[in-house]
Design a protein around this ligand. Structure first.
Ligand code: SAH
Length: 357
């Protein structure tokens, strides 16, 4: 165990993982080495692969030292492949026994990695498998970045083009580490800010901070309901950040960034797929010029209601379109391996260590 500060966070109790140190912190670790070694190791770690042995331009002795000082943060516990190899999901074990998941998705025109920002989630959305399981802990910067490195390794020769923070956890509840990871993914892994999307349940302080950042990443809001009564039920944090406050925060964000927002809407049979829901959603998305992503709800063990049947999914989209909203239906990936939205960690027979209360 080391004492180390990463992105302002003390790692007194946690090991420093391979992708945790900043460049300056790595420089400290390489004290005594020639100056160019820092560039070699930093670039090697971010550009070359997922193993210290890939750093073939540094000595074997240094590789051994780095492997000991900077252990990998992710141990694969399970890997599953579906959609004819176009979707790969990993279940990783973290150093303290908690678990997270990462999904790699190949499409004709892009390859996307869906990363987790927390182990578990405290937002408690009832329809989401992660929400049903509760919160374990925040991920470190290195634990977020390493998900991209590992997925990129498997993706090769296909290049990872997009990153979405739509795995486990609420990114804005872990803002500092998420943002440090975004900067690293952009600057050192080389993925354009416009190809990085942060998805939030609607934490207004996070939206306000994002509006101040210079990197133009995309913002997605998990809306799911456009009236407070229903949204309080589906997304409990709405009680703290109700819709009108959220809408005004989005307006301030738009004024500051001039970027297009998107809304995510998991269609739940008979719950949020009525014509009145389409009308409310259309009104809000027109006001905020937001693009609506419709996702038929994926089944999860702890939520009895099923997803909207496909004919109604398309009917709902058509109603939105007729009302002047911009909406598309998102294709579900990885359903048969429990990698679909909200299913991460579902059906897992693994026991995490007890939570600290
Ligand atoms: N906490 C963040 C990011 C993780 S969830 C957020 O809420 O945005 C990524 C997306 O999957 C969110 O829009 C979430 O609402 C959605 N989702 C969760 N459970 C789902 C389910 N069972 N079916 C479809 N989408 C789901």
């Amino acid at each position: 165990m080391n004492e180390f500060t990463v992105a302002g966070v003390s790692h007194r109790d946690a090991p420093v993982l391979r992708y945790d140190p900043t460049r300056a912190e790595l420089a400290d670790l390489l004290a005594g080495e020639p100056r160019y070694r820092l560039d070699q190791v930093w670039e090697g770690l971010h550009q070359r692969g997922d193993d210290i042995d890939d750093l073939t331009n540094v000595s074997k002795a240094l590789r051994t030292r780095l492997r000991e000082a900077l252990p990998s943060g992710l141990t694969p516990e399970h890997e599953s492949i579906s959609d004819n190899g176009d979707t790969v999901k990993w279940l990783w074990r973290l150093h303290d026994g908690h678990h997270i998941e990462t999904v790699l998705m190949h499409y004709a025109e892009r390859t996307t990695v869906c990363v987790s920002s927390q182990a578990g989630c405290a937002m408690a959305c009832g329809f989401c498998a992660t929400g049903q399981g509760g919160f374990d802990r925040h991920l470190s910067v290195g634990e977020i970045v390493e998900q991209v490195i590992r997925a990129r390794h498997t993706s090769a020769p296909r290049r990872v083009s997009n990153i979405v923070f739509m795995g486990m956890g609420e990114p804005f509840a872990n803002y500092d580490r998420t943002w440090a990871a975004v900067e690293r993914i952009n600057t050192d892994i080389g993925i354009g800010a416009r190809h990085i999307t942060i998805s939030t349940v609607g934490l207004i302080p996070g939206i306000e901070r994002l509006a101040e950042e210079s990197l133009p990443v995309n913002l997605a809001i998990s809306l799911h309901a456009a009236d407070d009564e229903l949204r309080n039920e589906l997304v409990p944090i709405n009680a703290r950040y109700p819709l009108e406050d959220l809408a005004q925060a989005c307006e301030r964000y738009l004024a500051a960034k001039n970027r297009r927002l998107s809304f995510e809407w998991a269609l739940i049979d008979g719950v949020n797929d009525r014509s009145v829901d389409a009308e409310r959603l259309a009104r809000l998305s027109r006001r905020l010029r937001a693009h609506v992503n419709l996702i038929p709800l994926n089944p999860t063990p702890g939520y009895p209601t099923r997803g909207t049947p496909l004919p109604r999914v398309y009917g709902f989209r058509d109603e939105l379109t007729d009302l002047g909203a911009n909406a598309t239906v998102r294709r579900t990936r990885g359903t048969e391996i429990d990698a679909a939205c909200g299913q991460l960690r579902a059906n897992r027979q693994i026991v995490d260590p007890p939570r600290r209360r």
